[in-house]
Design a protein around this ligand. Structure first.
Ligand SMILES: [Fe+2]
Length: 316
């Protein structure tokens, strides 16, 4: 049953995810209402809001209320052509810098799309990980052509682990690499054949850690997690596989079907995993998706990484 406060919160799955109504994003949001909203994001892990009035600027402003924003500045400075002028907007749809639908003729974008279709937490491959992501469906493809977003409840998956497994993974640190995800997703692509993730900096984050806003433990094993720090490679990768398969069970999954332009999904990357899905729309219909990424504001945002040498993983 929906609970009624200033927000109307309707749970969408058994253990997580909710639809939220009751915020008019075309007007200023007072602190109390925002706190209630932020609490819902942290509690449910994924919050869906239908037909919002958010645009690029107000989505960025909303993101800033959650915390400091990540940006694409480094990529722009590296010379990558960008469709959207704003550094705080991650352009994650299927349109190129000329505003045309990406096709398989673009190997880089195709590789990224394949990578994002694997389960992940945004920013896990960076030393400072992402907390909240705000994803807006600015222009959706025709209904029935795919492009839904899927989520996993990694806190409940942690709760369900046997006590001895919780103990075993308590202090283990995962080494995360964007290259690992891309290689896995694109095994035949010449773009990654000669890349060994271990030749590049890896972001170290514990594979089980406290989600501070909810006080619940969370599993942080994703398609970026290449090996376990200090553990024999094969043994560590076996353990990663075991945990990763555990969290991917259907009982932990929620599927978000995008309905209308400007529907918004907000999730907490420290509490859920997500993935994009392939669909008929690819190479054919416009799917303009824009994300604002908020750095994790918790005490483990930088994981086990040396904060004095900040780096960000990027791809050609
Ligand atoms: Fe993502």
């Amino acid at each position: 049953m929906p609970s009624v406060t200033r927000l109307q919160i309707t749970p969408l799955a058994e253990s997580f995810a909710a639809e939220v109504e009751g915020i008019d994003f075309s007007k200023p949001i007072d602190d109390n209402l925002f706190e209630e909203f932020r609490d819902a994001v942290h509690k449910y892990g994924v919050v869906i809001i239908r037909k919002t009035a958010l645009d690029d600027d107000s989505a960025i402003a909303l993101g800033r209320r959650f915390g400091e924003l990540d940006s694409v500045r480094a990529h722009r400075l590296a010379g990558r052509a960008m469709r959207i002028p704003n550094d705080e907007i991650f352009d994650v749809g299927n349109l190129d810098d000329k505003n045309q639908v990406v096709t398989v003729k673009d190997p880089h974008r195709t590789a990224s799309a394949n990578g994002n279709a694997l389960w992940h937490a945004d920013g896990a491959f960076n030393p400072r990980r992402t907390g909240v992501s705000i994803l807006r469906g600015v222009e959706l493809p025709p209904k029935g052509t795919g492009g839904h977003t899927e989520y996993l409840d990694t806190r409940t998956a942690y709760d369900d682990l046997p006590e001895e497994k919780k103990k075993e993974i308590e202090d283990l640190v995962g080494c995360n690499s964007l290259f690992h995800n891309r290689k896995t997703a694109n095994p035949d692509s010449p773009l990654f054949l000669d890349i060994n993730p271990m030749d590049h900096p890896l972001a170290k984050h514990k594979i089980a850690q406290m989600h501070e806003p909810s006080g619940r433990m969370n599993l942080y094993v994703t398609s970026y997690t290449h090996h376990i720090d200090g553990m024999d490679l094969e043994r560590g990768q076996g353990l990663i596989k075991e945990i990763f398969e555990h969290v991917q069970q259907d009982k932990y999954k929620f599927v978000h079907h995008w309905h209308e332009n400007n529907d918004v999904a907000i999730w907490d990357n420290c509490a859920v995993l997500h993935r994009a899905t392939h669909g008929e729309y690819e190479g054919k219909y416009r799917r303009d998706m824009r994300r604002v990424s908020v750095f994790d504001t918790g005490s483990t945002a930088y994981g086990e990484n040396d904060v004095s040498t900040y780096w960000q993983q990027g791809l050609p």
